[in-house]
Design a protein around this ligand. Sequence first.
Ligand code: SF4
Length: 489
Amino acid sequence: MRLTTLRRFELDTRPIHPETRRALDRRWEELPEHAKTPGQLLGRSAVGCEGTHGVFPKCNLTCSPCYHSADANKVRIDGEHTVDNVTRQMDYLRAVRGPRAHAQLIGGEVSLLSAEDHARSLLAMRAVGREPMSMTHGDFDYDYLLDVVLDDDGKPRFDKVSFAAHFDSLMRGRRGAVRPRNEAELNPFRERFARMFVDLKRDHGVDSYLAHNMTVTPSNVAEVEQVTRDVLDMPFDMMSFQPAAFIGDDRRWREDFGEVTIDAVWERIEAGAGQKLPWQATQFGDPRCNRSTVGVRVEKTFAPVLDPDDPKDIAARDRFLSHFGGMIFGGIPRHVLAVKVVRALAAHPGDIPPLIGLMSRVVRRAGGARKVVKAARRGKVSFKTFVIHNFMDAEQVAPAWKLMEEGVVADDPLLRETQERLGACMYAMAHPDDGRLVPACVQHSVLDPKENEELRRILPLPTVRPGATVTARPSGLTPVRETGTRTIV
Ligand code: SF4
């Protein structure tokens, strides 16, 4: 074996990649003091999530609210532009945030991309160690999914795909549910979406990770409980809720979003889950922005991986974050992962008993080993994650960010709180040309409107004759078609 191959193997199987270590240390250093809590995951086990911007702003549904700026739908979908900009943004993220992160392929509606361009974008993200998640309204067909996942020879180009599908009754224009009157009406569409991925596994052996996203406003907050109950029984891995904020297209602000708080939504999720969902053991960024808990669902019982009230769980958390925070488990061959885990445990053999202890407590919370085994045989054991992501209003983000760029800490308490949250942001977007990362709140509140104005100029909607525009069908498979009044030219 050549020396370089050996060095490479040593680096690949090193428990924590040195570039990850540097990126984590830098992230921790940059965090505001209030966010440096024992349960903080940023800078200790993760650099945070990433997302694309300005790569396909257009969407073919009309939701109220919508975070896209008013010009988003006037920008043509252009595969070359998408792949080129996804690649540049991801390359930059790779350079400044290390070899591995979760990244959202987000516009716009991802299924308006042709299947080929969608797949090329995912491959570009994977090429630089990003674990991509395609953000969609879920209104596409199985054929489109197959065209994304399979190559020209019908062979899978991915062993796993991740999609986050947005379903709520504030959305307008879904095929078959153009104007839903309540959340329950959307259940068949949620089921149908998730089933496509069960079929994908059955037909082609491709794994998936699915998130269910729901925007929450005063008009549907009372339905969060039932949505939680219903979606928990569907094959989604994550249930994510976003209390609406005043961002994006102000023509679509119809309610007082301020009435819906992060606490109120969490209480309703707990009511739907039929139990408490403790989240305080870990934190991504600022607790006013994010709340989440991960656990195992056995039959109808959710057993959180960490119980914040159990001192043994907290001690185990502290050990694991100190010794293994930043270890990369995904996207690497099994034999490399096996050696990596052995090396990690060999360096900290004292962590094996607490790990076994933690696992046995999770099993106990789930109802005991006998129940878990019985449920596993019936396919009733699954990992579930509950999340709330609480975007901020543009009215505060814009002035708070302006002051931050000038290096000024705001006097106004609300702006100072906004600055604290932006400083601890866990969802970044890349601007390779300026050499900077910005929080998604800033992207949507401050930068998107200008960016889309410019994109509208360089990627105008094609007009084939006066008064007509060209659009693509949601499947992305059908060639472009004309809309508009027919005129004789
Ligand atoms: S995008 Fe906004 S709401 Fe989300 S973590 Fe960042 S600052 Fe907080």
